[in-house]
Write a protein that binds this ligand. Structure first.
Ligand code: ATP
Ligand code: MG
Length: 393
């Protein structure tokens, strides 16, 4: 068997890119390399539309799979065995591979699926499958062929230089490699939704920065640590994240003191957007991203979203807008943010929660209330007081 562990990584949507394909593939290779940066001696190479990862034998498979499958742009990954591109080697390696596999898994039935990427290879795919299948039957005791419902499928990929035998195709998240589609600023709370929103935009290739608002000392240091932990989890998918942290308390106090109680949340949200827009512009982010979802809470009715949007010129992306909460929660489980998101720490939005929030706000009401505040100064003071935390992937 091979002296190194080898993995075949398949590109998803990247493969469909026309003349831009080499660019997307190059970025994807860089992202895969980065995901393996602390695995010594790992190499990553692109060849004929596939990416080949090699590590030494001591590196656990699970470790490589876990990292690479989180890279956006990766459709699937397979630990594989490499051999010479001739039937003799293919048969020999297939039998060795199956015998080794059977020790742990004891399948009773199998089938071979073969693919001939090298069309100059003299034997056609169905014939390759037949020949290797016969060798496996002969070389592996107690194993039978079942072409309809096999317990184990052995893939044989015959290529020009070398060929590959593998069994698993572990699904990646697909999408496009981060770095191929601009930069956005996520309004990142400690809740369930905004980490999922960040994930979804990064999955389309967007580089992510984040802004988090707190109301210290009403919100605790633990609440902020929770947010940093969430950003760290997200950074496994989207790479390093610059997190801007802003204390919203001075603004909240002004609002509570000067404006109608039922508008508090909406007015606070309008400030969140304004501050985010300024931070976005200072950091070359071209859009804002939120975890808002139509009708989920009082501040996310259609009318509420309209008066929230009015405060900014940058486009606001709301990737969760039409999803059901239950589906968002499923995604949060899948991307491993859920358990952290539900830790019971305070959020700045809950600090001055009105008893009966306005659900059908009108613009003029907001403008009227804000006329009692020095909006510009409050925003620029907040931006100036922002602290930055660099979260490394
Ligand atoms: P989440 O689970 O993301 O907290 P939510 O259902 O609790 O969402 P809201 O609290 O109304 O909804 O917030 C809606 C969106 O506003 C969030 O998804 C996020 O983008 C932004 N947001 C809310 N609170 C904060 C905060 N403290 N800091 C930064 N952004 C926030
Ligand atoms: Mg929230």
């Amino acid at each position: 068997m091979n002296e190194q562990n080898i993995y075949i990584v398949r590109c998803g949507e990247v493969a469909l890119k026309g003349t831009n394909k080499p660019y997307f593939e190059r970025v994807l290779v860089e992202r895969v390399k980065k995901s393996l940066k602390d695995i010594e001696n790992a190499t990553v190479k692109r060849l004929e539309g596939l990416i080949y990862v090699r590590t030494d034998k001591l590196t656990p498979e699970i470790d490589v799979i876990r990292r690479v499958s989180k890279v956006f742009g990766v459709a699937s990954i397979s630990p594989a065995i490499e051999c010479e591109s001739n039937l003799e080697s293919l048969c020999k390696v297939a039998v060795e591979y199956m015998n080794e596999f059977m020790e742990g898994n004891r399948p009773k039935t199998f089938k071979i699926k073969s693919k001939r990427a090298d069309k100059n290879f003299p034997t056609k795919s169905p014939e390759i499958a037949k020949i290797i299948g016969e060798c496996v039957l002969e070389g592996c005791k107690d194993l039978k062929v079942d072409v309809h419902n096999p317990e184990c499928v052995l893939f044989v990929d015959v290529r020009h230089d070398k060929s590959y035998i593998y069994q698993d195709k572990i699904k990646g998240f697909g999408g496009l490699p981060v770095g191929t589609n601009g930069k956005g600023l996520v309004l990142f709370s400690g809740g369930i939704d905004s980490p999922v929103a960040a994930f979804m935009m990064a999955k389309r290739g967007m580089t992510i920065e984040a802004v988090h608002y707190h109301s210290y000392p009403y919100t605790s240091q633990r609440a902020q640590e929770k947010v940093e932990e969430l950003v760290r989890i997200i950074s496994q998918y989207c790479g390093d994240v610059k997190l801007h942290v802003v204390n919203l308390l001075p603004i909240q106090e002004q609002i509570v003191e000067n404006c109608p109680e039922d508008q508090t949340t909406l007015l606070v949200r309008r400030f969140m957007m304004r501050i985010a827009e300024k931070i976005a512009k200072d950091n070359e982010c071209m859009m804002l991203i939120t975890g808002e979802n139509l009708g989920q809470v009082a501040s996310q009715t259609a009318e509420a979203l309209v008066v929230t949007d009015e405060t900014v010129k940058l486009p606001v992306m709301r990737p969760l807008i039409g999803m059901d909460k239950i589906d968002i929660m499923d995604m949060a489980h899948e991307i491993e943010t859920y358990e952290t998101s539900i830790l019971p720490y305070e959020d700045c939005c809950t600090v001055f929660l009105p008893k009966h929030p306005l659900t059908r706000p009108r613009s003029f009401q907001m403008v009227n209330s804000e006329s009692k505040l020095d909006v510009e100064k409050l925003v620029s003071d907040a931006v100036q007081s922002a602290e930055t935390v660099h979260i490394k992937e």
